[in-house]
Structure formats: structure tokens, C-alpha cells
Design a protein around this ligand. Sequence first.
Ligand code: ADP
Ligand code: MG
Length: 354
Amino acid sequence: MPNFAVMLEDKNKSLTPLHTLGEFKLIDHLTQDIKIKHRSTLKGVGDDAAVLDFEDRLTVVSTDMLIEGVHFDLSYAPLKHLGYKAVVVNLSDIYAMNATATHITVSIAVSNRFSLEAVEELYEGIKLAAKTYGVDLIGGDTSSSTTGLLISVTALGEVEKDKQIYRNGAKPNDLLVVSGDLGGAYLGLQVLEREKQVFQVNPQNQPDLTPYSYLVGRQLKPEARKDIVDLLATLQVKPTSMIDISDGLSSEIIHLCTQSNVGCDLYENKIPLDPQVISTCEEFSIDSTTVALNGGEDYELLFTISQEDYPKIKANPNLTVIGYMKEEQAGMHLITRDETAIPLKAQGWKNFNT
Ligand code: ADP
Ligand code: MG
């Protein structure tokens, strides 16, 4: 749970300033207890480069960067959660290719505002995510920063030849399916921003986030849907296209449609929403469909399947059919509860707008 009073002040004399270690000791310190799990890891941390052997499988690579003040705010994101999230958002991209995540590299730039203990906390989260998802931490880079904290993670994965899934394989009449529920992470951020304002006015006021616990959890400690990739394999369903939802349902649907040259009808009444999303939208007077369409960071999987696979997924509570694909000329529409067709727009929640 966020604690607005916990900041990483060098005022606290028990903390170790980073300059007392230097870069090499810091790297050693952060990586000394890493244990390699994958046979494909021939060489991990410690040489000029890691060496991997994927034998006859395809290698999948993805990278993402998180920047303080742009992607996270340390006044409510605990460092351990931040480290966890930095890994998870990358793994989500690997799973969206229908691949198994196997390796990560982690690069950080830290200012001397941070203590050794703060960086350790960040790495606790990174290592917890690596353990949870069964990936080897095989390298990275460590640099100082004159301003904030920067974390860049590269994730690697493997997939059998012809099992990889792209964004461009959707066909007209395919069903559009989403895992989990949507809008929670965005609302979690709204709740945290609101409580931060309250806290700035009155620091004695510790927020009660209990009514929003699901939303705040979705924002601060998201999970990647490895389980869905495994589930689809078990059900013997191979999606025709797939993408992870990082920028909001609307823009991800548009990616699938434009890359696959198809159109789509998305049904408003089918969009899966958690009860806490619905009640909090009422409280904030915002429309829950707008939140699901344009809020970001849900890290659910969005994919299309051919109609004949429908019986295999229909009973599964983790998967919801939210629409179907059409011919390209039909366009991309939201079909509202009163059956009006509204063109889908990609608002996303790109940081460029802020
Ligand atoms: P180089 O000078 O060749 O870039 P470094 O001293 O930066 O080497 O890194 C030494 C080893 O430590 C390399 O294996 C590198 O991948 C690893 N490493 C450096 N920084 C990190 C980090 N933040 N997390 C994990 N591994 C790291
Ligand atoms: Mg280096």
C-alpha cells in the first residue's frame, strides 16, 4: 500500500549514499545472488555480454523504458512495486507474441538522491518479478543520472516456429476476445493522484485506500497474463492476432484492425468491468466505457480467434468475447447499449499529451 510519508531522503543518516560504493560495487551488490534457471542461459551477468542458446526456437525481444515524472511518481509508487512493474510491462509484450518469457536485462540511471537501500528495494521488486515469471536476469547497465530515476528493461522470450502470433492475422468474422477486466489501472492512478493532493494539503491525513484496493493494485502492481498464454495452449486455441493492452482498448483494437486490414464491431455491453471500476466511475462522474477504451496500463491480452474455436473458450471466466471483426470497408465501431455505432478513436493516454 502506498505510504505518502515514505520518501527516499538522504536526511536519514542510516542510509548508505551510492557514491560510497561506486558503479562496480553497486553492480556486484545488486547481482551477486542471481541464480540462473534456464538451460538456454550459457552466460549471464559478469562478462561483456550474455550468451544464450535457443536451439531451434524463435527468439522474441522487447524493450521498454520507465522515466520518473513521466511514467511514475515516487511519491506514491513504492520502489519495490516499481521494479516489479518495470519487469512485468516488458513480459506482457513477450506474452502478447504467444511466447515464453525467458530472460531480462535491466538498465538503471540513478541520481545521488537515492541511497543504496532505495536501489536495493527497486531490485527486490525486479527480482521478485523475475522469480514469479521464471525469467533469468542476465545483464544490464548502471549509470548515474543528474535528475530522476530511469529504468529500462529488455525482455527476451522463445516460441516454437509458427506458434508466434502477430498483430496482423485477424480475419473478418473472427471473434474479438479480451482477458480479465479493463479500466482498473487508470482509475487506480486517478485515486492515487487525488490522495496525493489531499496529502499535500494535510500531511497528517493518511489515506484510506481500502475501497479502491483492487484499482490501486492494478496501477501499482500489475501482472502480465502468462496464465492466458498457457491457458490458450491447453485449450488448443491459437489466436489469429494478439496484442497486449497498454494504451487502452480502443487504440489496441485499432492496431489489430489496421495491421490486419479488417474492420470491427465492439459491443459496449460486453466490455468486462470490475465492480470497483463501476462504483468508482460513479463517484468520479466519469463514464466507465470511456475509461476502458482510453485508460491505459491494464496489461490484459486482446486477441482474435476463428469462430470455430468459440466452444473451447466460451465457458472460461478469464476470457470475454467483446466483438467481432468485419471487412475493412465496414470500419471500426463501438456499438453502444442503445445500438448506436460510434467510430472508434485512438485517444490512448500517451504521455506526449501531458
Ligand atoms: P560494460 O562496461 O562492459 O558495459 P558493466 O560494468 O556495465 O560492463 O557491467 C558488468 C556486468 O554487469 C555485465 O554483465 C552487465 O550486463 C551487468 N550489469 C550492469 N549493470 C547491471 C544492472 N543494473 N542489473 C543487472 N546487471 C547489470
Ligand atoms: Mg555497462
